[in-house]
Design a protein around this ligand. Sequence first.
Ligand code: AMP
Length: 463
Amino acid sequence: MFTENQIQQDPRDATPAPVSAQPTSGFAAIALHAALHRALADAGYTTPTEVQARAITPALAGRDLRVSSSTGSGKTASFVLPALQGVLDVRASGVRRDRGVVYGPRVLVLTPTRELAIQVSKATETYGRHVQGLRVATVVGGVPYGAQLKAMRGPLDVLIATPGRLIDHVKSGKLVLDNVSMLVLDEADRMLDMGFIEDIRFIAECTPKTRQTMMYSATFAGTVGRLAAELLNPAAQTIAVTSHTDTHEHIEQRLHWADDSRHKQALLDHLLTTREVDQALVFTSTQRDADWLADRLADMGHAVASLHGGLPQGRRNRVLQGLRSRQLRVLVATDVAARGIDVPTISHVINFGLPMKAEDYVHRIGRTGRAGRQGLAVTLAEADDAGMIRRIQQFTTQNIPVATITGLEPKKAAPRTTGGARSDGGFGGGKPFDRKPRFGAPSGARRPGGAFKPKRAGSTFAR
Ligand code: AMP
C-alpha cells in the first residue's frame, strides 16, 4: 500500500503561522499553527481528549514521551499534531530542499499493522489538510515496491510504515532516515508481540541521535519498558492516561455462556438481529473460522465480510471501505486484521471465538465505544473457555457481567471463572443488571428476522 498526498493549501494560510493568541481552554489554548486549528475545527473537534491535553504541549516543546493510552483515546492526534507543527516550523525557518536528492522523511511513524498505518495516514491527511504541499507516504508490506520507491525519491514530510517493509527499503539504500527529527512508535507493545524488536532497534539506529522520540504502548512493563529506556532520552516524560485496568466506561461488557457451538451460533444470530446493532465486529480465533462464519452469515442474508491476514491487501482495503461506507453491517475478523480499525459506528463487538491473549480482549472491545459513543462488547463462551475468561478478568481486574437471553438460556451450569477480580460479577456491586443496560435488556423472546432486514452482501464482499 502506498499513498502520497499533495495537500493543497488554502491561500489564507500562505504565510507561516502565527500561532493563536492566548485563549484559555480547548484546542485554541494549545499553540498550534492556524492551519492545524482550522483542520481541527473542520473535524468538529473543540476539546482535546485527555491524552491530547497532556501530550501535545510537551511534544511541541521537544520532549521525548512515554505514553500509555488506550485505543480510542485520541492518541493519534496527540502525535500527529506536534509532528505537523514540526513540519510547519521547518518550513517557516526557510530551509529549502533541492529536487532529485534523497532526503527521507522528517517524521517517521512506525505501526504494527497495515491497517493501523493506513488509519494514522488518514488522520495525518485530516489534520494536515490545510498544510501547503504536505507530503505523506504510507509504506506497508504486501504491496508492490514500485510506487513506494518512486515516492521516496522526493522530499517527504511524514512517513508512516510497518517495520518489515521499511527495513527492506533502508537496507536496499532506497530510503535514508538521516533527516528524521521525530520518531513515533505507535502500539509499541504490539510491535514487540509481533517480533519487530530488532527491526525497531535497527530503524532507530538509522535515525539521528538528536531526534525526538514518542513511544505509545498499552503497557511499559517488561521488554517494552526496556526498549523505551534504550530509545528515549532519560529525561523523557511519562504520561499514563489509561491502562488495561480501565473500566471502559463507554463500553458495556457482557458474557453469555453457551452449552455448545450450536448454542453459541444461536446466541450470535439473536444478537445480530437486534435493533440496537448499528454495525458489528465479530471476532473469531482463526482465519478459517472467520471465513466459515462470514459464509454462514452471508447465507443468512447479512451484509457481511471477513477480514484477516490471509487476504490480499486490496481486498482488505475494500472490506474496510465497505465497513466505513456502511455497505457492510457485520465484519468477521481475526485479532491482527482488526487492529487499528477506527469506525465509530461499530456499536457491537462480539467475541465468537476468544482471543489467544487476555490483552487482545482489551484491544478487541476498544473497537467499539469510540469517539464518545456507547458500545456493547459481548463475549460468547463455552465451558472450555473458562480459563481464558478467568485470565481476561484478572488482566482487566474486572468481572464480565454474565447475561442470558430469554429462550436461549444455557442448560449447563456456568463454570467458575472468578479469582482475579471481584466475584459479584458487576462493576459496582449488586447483580449485573441492577444497572440499566444501555442497549436495552438482553432478554426477550427471540425475534426471527428481527428488526434488521437482512440484505445480501454486495458482490465485492460476497464470499
Ligand atoms: P484514536 O485513539 O487516535 O484512534 O482516536 C479515536 C477517535 O476519536 C477517532 O475517531 C478520532 O477521530 C476521534 N477524536 C480524536 N480526537 C478527538 C477530539 N479531540 N474530539 C473528538 N473526537 C476525537
